[in-house]
Design a protein around this ligand. Sequence first.
Ligand code: GLN
Length: 555
Amino acid sequence: MPKAAGPKFIIVSGGVISGLGKGITTASIALLLKSRGYKVSPIKCDMYLNVDAGTMNPTEHGEVFVTDDGMETDQDLGHYERFTDIPLSRVNYTTAGQVYSTVIAKERAFAYGGKCVEAFYDVTEEIIGRIKAAAQGAEVVIVELGGTAGEHQNVLYFEAARRMKLKYRDRVVHVHVGYLPVPGSIGEMKSKPLQQSIQNLNALGIQPDFIIGRSEKSIDRKRKEKIALFANLEPDDIFANPDVGSIYEVPLVLDEQGLTDRLIERLELPKSKKDLVPWRSLVGKIKSTDAPLKIALVGKYFGTGDFTLEDSYVSVIESLKHAAWAVGRKPELFWVDSEKIERDGPAKLAEMDGIVVPGGFGDRGIEGMILAAKFARESGKPYLGLCYGMQMMTIEFARNVAGLVGANTTEADPKARHPVIHVMADQEKKLLKLDYGGSMRLGAYEMALKPGSMSARSYGKPKVSERHRHRYEFNSDYRRVLEKAGLVVAATSQVGKLVEMVEIAGHPFMVGTQAHPEFKSRPLKPHPLFVAFAKAATREESPLATPKFQAIFSD
Ligand code: GLN
């Protein structure tokens, strides 16, 4: 029988518990195949009825990652971009909310021609259509199914996966990621929960082709044989994903066990030569740096019950790591709750090499962020303000240097005496209509940098494009008075001349950007602004761009 042409699909599902690093596994598979020369395209299928991730609380769902085309997506897209260095778009992210809205809109437009519209046929077809659309000319689509096997709410995604296998046969491979606990009281790796998860998959009509076992330790042969027996597989189809020092080691761990070769073989992809060399040297560099670089991240989306969650700031955290490695340091990051600074003052920040105030919304904790900016300005500690962090830095400067008592953002104080940060005109109309979904100033915009500024020297070029996600902006009515007091407007947007970056003249490094450069940092291409900040934080030499320094991040 002739083989059907078209893209191949690797479907990645999860089992036993959430938080197994399915996103990292998907990103790793994408990187491994890309490094062998195949064109890949990942897609995340979220089970939520939210249309996008923009309206979700970061402490509940993690960071909202923004693509160039302005889609507010799940944080896993950030991992895909960081691992593959492929800029993704809205076709790489779908939610049950998008799927259902499309099906309902089509029904209302009589697109089903009077037929009874059914979830198991029409919703699954819509899902399959979206997965196929994500290919965009790629040879392999890597599909991450949100949630775990056996949950009622994602059953239609699994049904779509089952049908894809039925329809495309040899072009579909299913990889199941499950958990292998080593309970402290027993001290032995237990495989029963994973066996049950495989049974859940089987009950959904899916036979996995490969199993990846997440655990503290590697999986021994005895357990591989046992898992294989219950999964109708060979022991060589079971791969271990043990705890490693950095997420960037995961692709190497999987590749060493032969996962890339097995995927290529199973999908009958044309043979190609291996090239993981740059990634391998990155991991080598990560492991060999030990002089610490201490960075405080002053935010408010850390707490969830008794636990601290880093997911809300994952791209910022990863960007700081990339930059620290680029300057030969080991990143040591400290989560500083801005509400704690409000209570206890900024003294803790004195121990740090640098301070980052990331994005945020609402009035809770902002006085702590403003105190952090004041501390950085007065002490000469390197400071990087990202979106809200730039707005906080502007307010601090307005209040304490320009003498504008009562300066604030109208987001926190609608009646601020000096609204140095105010709502954008079009955004105000949207807020009045309660139009909250996907309606911020989103996606990539170009900005022109002020020649000679710290920002321009950091980027090493006069124009850059960065991704945005905000409703409020620097109020240009205050531009003159703030500039007169010493604030440098370091970048303005090409369209509309919005103030996009500010910095403090004479400070070793105090830069704020309205954008989210953290979405564009890659481990192999650390972001220039983060590198310049990290370099300033080392205090080894002036952060002013030297030719050697420029070479680190020039494209
Ligand atoms: N809350 C601010 C605004 O909407 C900043 C947004 C952000 O940090 N992403 O403008």
